[in-house]
Design a protein around this ligand. Structure first.
Ligand code: AHR
Length: 495
């Protein structure tokens, strides 16, 4: 059987929200400190304390939105400790992540500056678990009120005259777990109360995100939607791709075994079922799909690299992670009528990171390269697509071998992204671009692949896995035949 992809280039399916390509940065391990923030006096080149190499790398993938300060850290964070002169800021223990001292040098002003430098939207997660309504309310006032008020005056004293624009605000994080171990009924009531005081000041209009379900906790979604859907703009969902068991052993990031590859792909594809089922519940209360599903934590979660702090969640990143990212984007595109934002966990040095750092060194991961290759889909128009593909089998289980998505940009250029999930065999794909009556005039491609399933970049060899030109295709009128090597991600540009 051949793999067939039919793209109806004249059937448009809405916009792929660029925020699907969002990032997440938590006060966890070496994400903020060392990864993003080195301080103004660091020998590592920086802009007001933010390291330049990481900044440039992240700029190059057009980060649309950045979530901060957590994660579990968010429900222990007291924002007032992180403003004012840095040397006077309160030091706290980051109890959740390694018990290290948090000096609060990276706070609201530093985060907002990072967003300005990245030209991205801030997405701030407030503290419901251990914070008060007043504290949350005053944070929003501090950031967004233009004029005179106790919090706006304090912001000005701290060096920022103008308010910031703040669109996305999360009312708590994982309130079923680290954010308070709550029942959905209790959290729904708290959500209703806390969000009341998340005010819109002046022209600033906040998009309020309620803390959503863990994986397949459909009851959580049902209760939240039933009790508070009219008070929310978004409802979150968290799902991590963990090949092993969360408590007994997640698996190594660089495990070369075929079984590990297969189970990782299977678990990555599970995202499709989760979105479908949670969406169905949301549809019941919100058939017009006003409320966005905000998948503000996703990605691979492996055992930490040997010898590193278990509380720092530092893991390597291989071609397997690249395939996980590609497959997720195709699923998010498929559900782009409901999925308005996603935030991979996390941007730097934590879980499925874009970049890894070691002192002054930095490397780009295979996952980074997928974000860079796929940025052409950001805010592009999704095209109707049908895929009929071979199955790829292991130990009696079957997965589709190829996944694909297509979009048209503002200039009419079509981008087709393809993933060959099969780690052992190439896949030949026939692509029928229906509606391109004059045929294909111009085509180019890039590929990310590797020889081994655990291939990755290191500080000694940072360019083992990187995109290169792709030419394994033939064109006949408006049809394409593409040969995808085993474990590859390809993006084609067609005119
Ligand atoms: O991303 C790491 C952690 O995973 C987050 O802090 C938490 O929200 C989730 O459990």
């Amino acid at each position: 059987m051949k793999n067939t992809v039919i793209i109806n280039t004249d059937v448009e399916k809405g916009i792929i929200n660029k925020n699907i390509y969002g990032q997440f940065a938590e006060h966890l391990g070496r994400c903020i400190y060392e990864g993003l923030w080195v301080g103004e006096n660091s020998p590592i080149p920086n802009t007001n304390g933010i390291r330049n190499d990481v900044l440039e790398a992240l700029k190059n993938i057009n980060v649309p939105v950045l979530r901060w300060p957590g994660g579990c850290f968010a429900d222990e964070y007291h924002w007032k400790d992180g403003v004012g002169p840095r040397e006077q800021r309160k030091r706290m223990v980051n109890t959740h992540w390694g018990g290290v001292i948090e000096n609060n040098h990276f706070g609201t002003h530093e985060f907002m500056q990072l967003c300005e430098l990245l030209d991205c939207e801030p997405y701030i997660c407030g503290n419901v678990g251990s914070g008060t309504v007043q504290e949350m309310s005053e944070w929003v006032e501090y950031m967004t009120l233009n004029g005179e008020s106790p919090m706006a005056d304090w912001r000005k004293e701290n060096g920022r005259e103008e308010p910031w624009n703040l669109t996305y605000f999360g009312v708590g994080n994982e309130n079923w777990g680290c954010g308070g171990n709550m029942r959905p009924e209790y959290y729904a009531d708290l959500y209703r109360r806390y969000q009341t005081y998340v005010r819109n000041y002046g022209k600033n209009k906040i998009y309020k995100i309620a803390g959503g379900a863990n994986v397949d906790d459909y009851r959580w979604t049902e209760v939240l939607m039933r009790e508070a859907h009219w008070l929310m703009d978004g409802l979150s969902l968290h799902y991590y791709t963990i090949p092993g068991d969360f408590w007994l052993g997640k698996g190594s990031a660089t495990d070369p075994r075929a079984e590990e590859w297969f189970v990782t792909m299977k678990k990555a594809l599970h995202m499709d079922e989760l979105i479908t089922k949670h969406s169905t519940i949301m549809d019941k209360y919100d058939p017009a799909k006003r409320i966005g599903m905000i998948i503000d934590e996703w990605g691979t979660w492996f055992d930490v690299e040997p010898g590193t702090n278990p509380g720092f969640l530092y893991q390597q990143n291989t071609i397997r992670d690249a395939l996980v990212a590609g497959v997720h984007f195709h699923i998010f595109h498929k559900h782009s009528d409901r999925v308005q934002m996603t935030n991979i966990a996390q941007a730097v040095n934590v879980l499925q990171a874009m970049v890894l750092t070691e002192g002054e060194k930095m490397l780009l991961t295979p996952t980074y390269h997928v974000f860079e290759m796929f940025k052409v889909h950001q805010d592009a128009t999704k095209l109707d697509i049908e895929t009929i593909v071979e199955e790829y089998e292991m130990n009696g289980e079957k997965l589709p071998s190829v996944s694909a998505s297509a979009s048209k940009d503002a200039n009419g250029k079509i981008h087709i992204s393809l993933c060959n999930l099969n780690h052992q065999a190439e896949s030949t794909v026939n692509i029928d671009l229906r509606g391109l009556y004059d045929g294909i005039a111009k085509i180019s491609g890039r590929i990310l692949t590797a020889d081994k399933p655990n291939e990755h970049n290191t500080f000694e060899q940072p360019e083992v896995v990187k995109p290169v030109e792709f030419k394994s295709f033939t064109v006949f009128n408006s049809e394409l035949t593409v040969i995808l090597p085993a474990m590859s991600v390809v993006v084609l540009a067609v005119e």
